[in-house]
Design a protein around this ligand. Structure first.
Ligand code: UTP
Length: 301
């Protein structure tokens, strides 16, 4: 069965990017010529996804507006003979893609949403017993040659009848404490392997591997049963990783597919990451990249 549904959590507060993110969703920050969320959408569409649910909140209406048809603007551009390639690019309906929106509620008495696990749990009726992709709305996967990371994940997930397939990237030992780190089964190839555990932020001197969970997942619908039984963290959050650990404990096949050379995960959670990501994408712009490179050279001389 071809996987055509994706869930994109975008309901976080984006506190590390304040004050910009007070009124602008972090997922709407421009990276090169597109807001982050549109890079994510294009990645999903390239991998065959056609139904995309955004789990958002009342502060994120700009995402909904951005992906709206806005047919009068399209007509205006067409009549003005703007470059048609540019115009058709935003005709998602014409490309057979549907967007859906739901909201992650903040429970009474809480000040923030209850984590990515809680956001994914809000997608149960949309998913309706099918396998589906989860893509964090603040992370872009820069791609290299050949099939994309998500295409490889989908092929692996289906080929192994997995319950969950996680994207992983190799991170330096001294940074493992910032990530969920997977433990591959012995003797499995590192690029696409079964995993036997997932540790949340291990100490660098105690880490079983350097493969960090990386913002893209494929799940079977059984993850919702696990999400319902996860014990919330001391701060009340429901972690997606805890549901994955429960799948492993229940003997389900959980796998990891590694980012290849030439692929890069951009997790745009703080200003340093945002500046660097913007520069990478602006420098890669076919038309304006060389101009920016010359400008930066001049500034740094
Ligand atoms: P992050 O934890 O990186 O984003 O979540 P955040 O919570 O917005 O960031 P800070 O820590 O306050 O700066 C990764 C993705 O998951 C979404 C976020 O919007 C982001 O796209 N998310 C996070 C939810 O949808 N719900 C949540 O409860 C938490």
């Amino acid at each position: 069965m071809q996987i055509t549904k994706a869930v994109v959590p975008v309901a976080g507060l984006g506190t590390r990017l304040l004050p910009t993110t007070k009124a602008i969703p972090k997922e709407m920050l421009p990276v090169g010529r597109l807001p982050i969320i549109q890079h994510v959408v294009e990645e999903l569409i390239s991998a065959g996804i056609r139904h995309i649910l955004f789990v958002s909140n009342r502060a994120k209406a700009a995402i909904e507006n951005h992906l709206d048809d806005y047919s009068e603007l399209m007509l205006h551009l067409e009549l003005g003979r703007h470059e048609m390639q540019q115009v058709s690019r935003f005709d998602y309906r014409g490309r057979g893609v549907d967007f859906y929106f739901t909201r992650q509620q903040v429970p009474v008495g809480e000040t923030k949403p209850l984590g990515t696990g809680d956001a994914v749990a809000a997608a149960a009726s949309f998913v309706n017993n099918e396998p589906f992709v989860v893509a964090y709305g603040d992370s872009i996967i820069g791609h290299g040659e050949g099939p994309s990371l998500l295409q490889r994940m989908l092929a692996s997930h289906e080929g192994h009848s997995a319950a969950c397939t996680i994207a992983v990237q190799e991170v330096p030992q001294e940074r493992v404490h910032q990530y969920g780190i997977v433990v591959p089964a012995e003797g499995e190839p590192e690029g696409d392997c079964r995993i036997v555990d997932l540790l949340e932020k291990p100490a660098p001197n105690q880490t079983p591997s350097r493969l960090a969970s990386s913002a893209r997942y494929v799940f079977g619908p059984e993850v919702f049963t696990e999400l319902r039984s996860v014990t919330p963290s001391p701060s009340g959050e429901i972690y997606l990783t805890d549901a994955i650990v429960r799948l492993i404990e229940h003997g389900r096949m959980v796998r990891a597919v590694k980012l290849q050379a030439g692929e890069q995960r951009y997790d745009i959670g703080n200003h340093r990451a945002y500046f660097r990501t913007f520069v990478d994408f602006a420098l890669a712009d076919p038309e304006l990249g060389p101009d920016l490179a010359a400008y930066l050279k001049l500034k740094l001389a």
